[in-house]
Design a protein around this ligand. Structure first.
Ligand code: NAP
Length: 355
């Protein structure tokens, strides 16, 4: 059932082909509004969308048939329910969440005015956060949640190292670790120290002044007990951070990685990727490491979304916004996230009246 007047066509950024965002995207004003809803789907009027590295990485590497092009790009969003379709939502409910990154089937994405999305992929937006703040919660937040609340069971007082405390994943991870009562040491460049400490980090490592590997190796020499867990939240391919870890990571602990990614396609980088894969699968009796390697893959679980939303509502989880761009300026938003220097989420305001 349609609750609010909805147009037949909309303005939408469309991913037409592979390449850089400037090559891959065009802004259309006659993209159909998806009015046919399957059971369990609702229609949202989008308030804001937020970018993630996977968006522009998919433009660069996925062929059209795997990417499902032409399609609307991006996953994270906030919006207003305009067709409830007999779901648990009411017309006008303000929500945030994401659309699946399933590239084969869905044409849906965040950078458009109207999107259909499963009711299990969205939650109500707490009143203490604005639509542009909430738009960026989900993909990075659920990655951090999967890492720290599903893969491992953090105990109060445990010590965690987050490599990349100013990445969106790292910043949410620090906050979640603090909610669990852990002690956190995190790395970033010096300009982000204040941000990383505001997220809750107890200790800060400026990786532009001291190599993270040297810091980790010196850690137990200075009589500290070992780290209980390490989260690699940048997406690098440095095998030694794991292969040298017996000296600084508890054998009962784990090395969690958001994904081994080469900086470029040079031979040394590709060799490092190969070494990471060998290290993650090598058993202890063949010289492997004592602590487990865990690859973190974000997935949707409505209970995780609900719990994250409760933390936001009670003020234990802060939104992290680097910058907000107008809808027409989405290509500049892509320049910002591709700089790899964003501190928090890069947001695109879709509805100009949204806060
Ligand atoms: N596995 C999954 O399911 C999953 C899900 C989401 C994301 N990811 C991956 O997780 C990674 C992080 O994503 P994101 O959205 O959180 O990134 P992001 O917010 O765009 O990351 C930008 C931040 O990275 C920091 N940074 C860059 N190089 C660094 C380094 N060598 N050491 C420490 N910090 C560094 C920058 O801080 P400085 O300016 O201080 O360097 C900047 O604040 C990406 O590789 C992404 O593909 C994986």
């Amino acid at each position: 059932m349609t609750d609010i007047a909805i147009p037949d066509v909309q303005r939408a950024w469309i991913n037409l082909r592979g390449g850089t965002p400037a090559e891959a995207l065009i802004l259309k004003s006659d993209w159909p509004v998806p009015k046919k809803l399957a059971p369990g789907e609702v229609l949202l009027k989008v308030q804001a969308g937020a970018l993630n590295p996977i968006g522009y990485k998919f433009f660069a590497v996925l062929p059209n048939f795997l990417a499902g092009r032409p399609r609307v790009p991006e996953y994270d969003l906030s919006g207003v329910v305009v067709d409830t379709n007999k779901s648990r939502f009411r017309p006008g409910d303000e929500v945030y969440g994401w659309v699946p990154s399933n590239q084969f089937r869905s044409k849906e994405g965040a950078l458009c005015q109207y999107v259909k999305v499963s009711e299990d992929w969205i939650v109500s937006r707490p009143h203490n956060v604005t639509p542009t703040q909430a738009a960026g919660f989900t993909l990075a937040g659920q990655t951090a949640y999967t890492a720290f609340m599903r893969h491992i069971n953090i105990q109060p007082g445990q010590h965690i190292f987050v490599n990349g405390g100013s990445t969106a994943v790292g910043a949410f991870a620090i906050q979640l670790a603090k909610i669990k009562g852990a002690k956190v040491t995190a790395s970033a460049s010096g300009k982000n120290e204040e941000f990383v400490r505001r997220m809750g980090a107890d200790k800060f490592v400026d990786y532009t002044k001291v190599s993270v590997l040297e810091y980790l190796e010196s850690f137990t020499r200075t009589s500290n007990p070992k780290f209980d867990y390490i989260l690699e939240a940048v997406g690098i391919s440095v095998p030694t951070m794991y292969t040298a870890s017996d000296s600084y990571l508890s054998p009962q602990g784990a090395f969690l990685s958001v994904g081994v990614q080469p900086k470029d396609t040079s031979l040394p980088e590709l060799l490092n990727v190969a070494k990471c894969f060998v290290a993650m699968f090598r058993p202890i009796f063949l010289g492997g490491n004592k602590a487990r390697w865990i690859n973190v893959f974000v997935f949707n679980h409505i209970e995780n979304m609900d719990q994250f939303q409760k933390y936001v509502a009670e003020g234990s989880l802060q939104p992290i916004v680097d910058s907000v761009y107008d809808f027409n300026d989405a290509l500049n938003a892509y320049d910002r996230i591709m700089s790899k220097r964003a501190t928090g989420k890069v947001v695109v305001r879709v509805d100009p009246t949204s806060e």
